[in-house]
Design a binder for this molecule. Structure first.
Ligand code: NAP
Length: 441
């Protein structure tokens, strides 16, 4: 009857819980702990608000959450409220599924200028994450430079370009909807340090740019390699490049009231120029050439006027005191999910910020199978220490005065969010932790 704690209630956490149920059935007691009073991590705060079909996977996690042997323990910050060592005393295994909620730093001169944000912050702002609700980006005019050519960059460019009507059915929070609707950006630049063949964008997500009411995606045909060269690409990547080729038809096209979304390739971030008010006025980039897929700086610096910069260049796991951390990779130091006896990690906290939501399923299963093997091995050796289990965790929480939010509480918060939704939205999220907690009663 293992007691398992999973820290983090996003996809990696819930797939790990699902795997534990599969292995031990009702025999395991699984506590899913989250620092927020609300579950689902990246599904709630990372997946784009206009991608509701992706968010629907939360229903599967709810089925796991509602099984008798699984608990949700929200509003508990492991590392701050309860040390990892204390948590480990309660459970046979602790699984860190904390994702990668921090931004990989841009680390160029001027990156602290005003109106320069990382995608964790900016995506968190429009998704109502309490940490970023007060971000206050200025979208009142000029050029937004979106750095990076992955799917997050596409999400950010698309969200910036959408009209109020195009957000129908989404759960974008009101503060972001109003600001984006009132925004008057003239241009959006998506900046890549490598070339069209090296983009990390997937074809379906790229294709969405072609259907925006007030934006036109544009690619300069001179930036594309000869079409025959696409044959060497793997099929998915080839489809993405075909999509870029379709955007060349818009090259030079300008329509009043429509925002160009320009792809700028082979341009590595070099510096950000702040104006007298401290806000960004321009982005300096160094032109690159591609050598065996790698960007090599040419020393040629160009200036792109910019009023807003959003860097979508990847994420980092937040370290937890006393947990070994691989600072270069930005995730917990681990071998196939094993950190140290009794301590494991899954998902982005294990492998870094890559893959789709579904990638976390086999990842969670593999790590939980490893835990099962380690536990049976320890039991066979008589080396499995007695743990205090849930009772131990509850005693710790009481002793620290923690206000633990359960799954029933979450269901009441969810119902309050549904009740206050706009007519065309599934929910209006609470963006302040105190308001979430108040809504549970
Ligand atoms: P990503 O796919 O790894 O893309 C990161 C981009 O940032 C790359 O173009 C990379 O360029 C660039 N970059 C990194 N460091 C840079 C630097 N110092 N200067 C300039 N550019 C830099 O990461 P992501 O977009 O954050 O997405 C994370 C994961 O979530 C991905 O697996 C993604 O597919 C997934 N995701 C999926 C969806 C969806 O399916 N709808 C939506 C959002 C995210 P290089 O290639 O040159 O390193």
């Amino acid at each position: 009857m293992p007691d398992i704690a999973i820290v983090g209630s996003g996809p990696a956490g819930y797939y790990a819980a699902e795997a534990a149920q599969k292995i031990w059935g009702d025999a395991a007691r699984i506590d899913i702990i989250d620092r927020l009073p609300v579950p689902y991590g990246l599904i709630r705060s990372g997946v784009a608000p206009d991608h509701q079909s992706i968010k629907a996977v939360a229903r599967r996690y709810e089925a796991t959450a509602l099984s008798g042997n699984v608990r949700f323990c929200g509003h508990v910050d492991i590392g701050r409220d309860i040390a990892i060592g204390d948590l480990a005393q309660c459970y046979d295994a602790v699984v860190l599924a904390t994702g990668a909620p921090g931004d990989r730093p841009l680390a160029i001169p001027g990156d602290q200028a005003g109106n320069v944000f990382g995608s964790a912050a900016f995506v968190g702002w429009y998704n109502g994450h309490p940490d970023f609700a007060a971000l206050d980006p200025d979208l009142s005019g000029g050029t937004a430079v979106v750095i990076g050519m992955g799917n997050v960059a596409l999400d950010v460019a698309r969200i910036l370009a959408k009209t109020r009507a195009e957000f129908a059915g989404s759960d974008i929070v009101a503060h972001a909807l109003d600001r984006i609707d009132a925004g008057r950006l003239d241009r959006i630049v998506i900046l890549g340090r490598r070339g069209p063949h090296q983009i990390m964008m997937t074809p379906k997500e790229l294709g969405e740019l072609a259907h925006l009411t007030r934006a036109i995606p544009r690619v300069d045909p001179a930036d594309l390699p000869p079409a025959d060269d696409d044959a060497m690409l793997e099929p998915g990547q080839r489809k993405s490049v075909v999509q870029l080729r379709a955007f060349t038809e818009n090259h030079g096209r300008n329509e009043p009231g429509r925002i160009p979304i320009d792809f700028v390739f082979c341009a590595a971030p070099h510096a950000i120029e702040p104006g007298p008010d401290g806000k960004v006025t321009a982005m300096e980039v160094e032109e690159t050439r591609i050598d065996q897929g790698r960007p090599i700086g040419t020393g040629v610096i160009r200036r792109i006027p910019a009023s807003l910069v959003i860097s979508c260049i990847g994420y980092r796991t937040t370290p937890i005191p006393d947990v070994p951390f691989d600072d270069r990779a930005g995730r917990f130091a681990n071998v196939d999910g094993f950190i140290s006896p009794g301590l494991y990690c899954v998902g982005w906290a294990r492998r870094g910020p890559s893959g789709t939501i579904g990638t976390n399923r086999p990842d969670g299963y593999a790590v939980v199978e490893r835990i099962a093997a380690d536990l049976s091995d320890a039991a066979a050796r008589g080396a499995l220490p007695a743990r205090s289990g849930r009772a131990g965790f509850d005693a710790l929480a009481r002793a620290r005065g923690l206000d633990v939010i359960g799954f029933d509480d979450w269901k009441r918060i969810e119902s309050a969010e549904t009740d206050r939704a706009r007519a065309d939205a599934p929910r209006e999220k609470f963006v302040v932790i105190g308001d979430m907690i108040a809504a549970r009663s």
